[in-house]
Design a protein around this ligand. Sequence first.
Ligand SMILES: Cc1cc2nc3c(=O)[nH]c(=O)nc-3n(C[C@H](O)[C@H](O)[C@H](O)COP(=O)(O)O)c2cc1C
Length: 681
Amino acid sequence: MKKRFLSFTMAVCMLCLLALTSCSAAEVPASDRSLEAKPLAADATQTASFSDVPAGAWYADAIAYCQQHGIMSGTSTTTFEPEGTLTRAMLAAVLYRMSGSPTVSAPPAFTDTTADAWYSDAVSWAAGNSVISGYGGGTFGVNDPTTREQAVTILWRYAGNPESGTAVDVSDAASVSTWAQAAVRWADANGILEGMTENRQFAPKTNIKRGEIASMLYRYLNSSSQPEPAAGGKTLVAYFSATNTTRPLAEYAADILDADLYEIVPEVPYTDADLAYYTGGRADQEQNDSTARPAISGSVENMADYDVIFLGYPIWHGQAPRIISTFLESYDFTGKTIIPFCTSHSSGIGSSDTNLHALASGANWLAGRRFAGGTTRSTVEDWINKLALPQPETAVDAVTSATSKAGFNFETKSVTLNSGYEMPINGLGTYSLHGETCVNSVKSALASGVRLIDTASAYGNEEEVGQAVREAMAELGLQREEIFVITKIYPGSEMANPEQAIQACLDRLDLGYVDMMLLHHPDRNDVKAYRAMEKFVEDGRIRSLGLSNWYVEELEEFLPQVNITPALVQNEIHPYYQENDVIPYIQDLGLVVQGWYPLGGRGHTAELLGDGVISGIARAHGVSSAQVILRWNLQKGVVVIPGSSNPDHIKENTDLYGFALTDAEMAQINALDRNEKHDWY
Ligand SMILES: Cc1cc2nc3c(=O)[nH]c(=O)nc-3n(C[C@H](O)[C@H](O)[C@H](O)COP(=O)(O)O)c2cc1C
């Protein structure tokens, strides 16, 4: 019986719904209205002092930072209300600003939101980008308060669900909801919870306060916990300078960093009249028009070579000149680290840097800095030395350790399972291989260095797989321990009589023991069948256990009922069906993810291999589309078991360790997701 699939996001939303109490106030409270204000205007970006934020308060710096960067403002000109609570709409507004207030195409489609509400764009953006999802019943909960664990989870999603730490150093970790645990671990590991864990208590269910959210955002924006930066390439200092104030700073930076220098030169130069501000001249007009994109003369050669980009500009009416928008929209900055800096007459960097984020949201943005004209080289050097820049990596390291996701070791091409056994991370799937074809394919794979073979009782080929393994051991001089064989028992009569079904698999394979046995699908007898497999583990006839076609809801229900935590979950995963919500959930539980149909499955392989994005990346690396897809899986921490009876393809499918996909290429493939399942499971 197939259970209903429920995505992780939906699960989170439903849990949020249960955890939240609705705010009865129909009116927007005064503190909410403060968020209606647009990011602070040019000359108002200096810190105001708030009567309710004492200079020595633990969150004082954070509040000043958020205010200076136009992320949060006071509830009045003199108050910030650091102890005030934060509604979901307010949190959406704060994060929306942080991402640069990008244009949204449609108003939010929730029954409790209106198109003309102050939070409309922010809620639409937050829901559209899965930063804050609506509740199951079509509402967003605009006036609902946000608990600490919800706020941390929302920030974690904003950050792109990054890898989390291993443990939380708070005494009430056990009371953190399951859906928030990865986020809380991540926040704790990155110092984001600093100041919020008095007496080592995180108090996950307590409503978060405005001062606390300012602190979290400040620590997040100033930590290295933003999107995984690429490391190892060159550094570029790109700048625009209309009157030569920013230019020397850019030159200092390039010299200090040993970086390349690129001047953003307008195709039509700015005349003095153009630059005379508050005259309605060209510069004024451009700044008043958010769609203005002055053309740039020339371009950066080989932008792909740069991983770190310093971006310098003058402040024009509180923002970066529109030509900087032209620059950011001209290249793909995904995975690159961008560090904005500016000069101005008197304004701070304000919201100019955060507003630029929206134009290159896939980049890792470090906090920007404003300099006065005439700033010395040593001041620039001090600033650069304190930045958390990505550390260079050698090219060889990039290929072998392109990812340590899910504990994959690219040198040994294996992963250590939670059962203590080591399993290869690429193998051969034998679904649809039968008779002599199956024997030959398995032997061909073993001869090509493949050491992981996946079969199942339902495939009807366990005897052939066993025969091929035994023959290859004899012919190639392999030891049984060098080969990892996975099989599965099927729902229905097999799971109803599991001892018999398990023994039948062992008999058909005839390999002494099975490295791993999976339950092929959820079934009414799945717990009973798994418990039977546990007994076979106890006496050594099975070494590790796992599940196939299990998703979040099924895992949440299943795991508390068994004694041996499964080591692996095998699900359909390919670029058109990526399971981006399920994979991190499984990996965060310490389980290895394995993908079936990595090349799209029957009837879909040609389309997937011919996909323009994938074949383009393949050409760039001089490999096949299949190799790109398999490597993409490995870099996501997904074990691959492509099926093939063609010896050349089998060999090619093992040759995955001589190249690495860049973060930008990974992002391009990630963007192909269609949530399109190619089989019914
Ligand atoms: C159109 C325009 C608008 C400006 N707006 C501001 C502003 O809002 N705040 C400020 O402090 N300086 C403002 N300035 C001054 C410049 O930011 C400042 O002179 C800067 O250092 C010039 O850098 P550059 O010589 O590299 O172009 C503006 C200058 C221009 C031309």
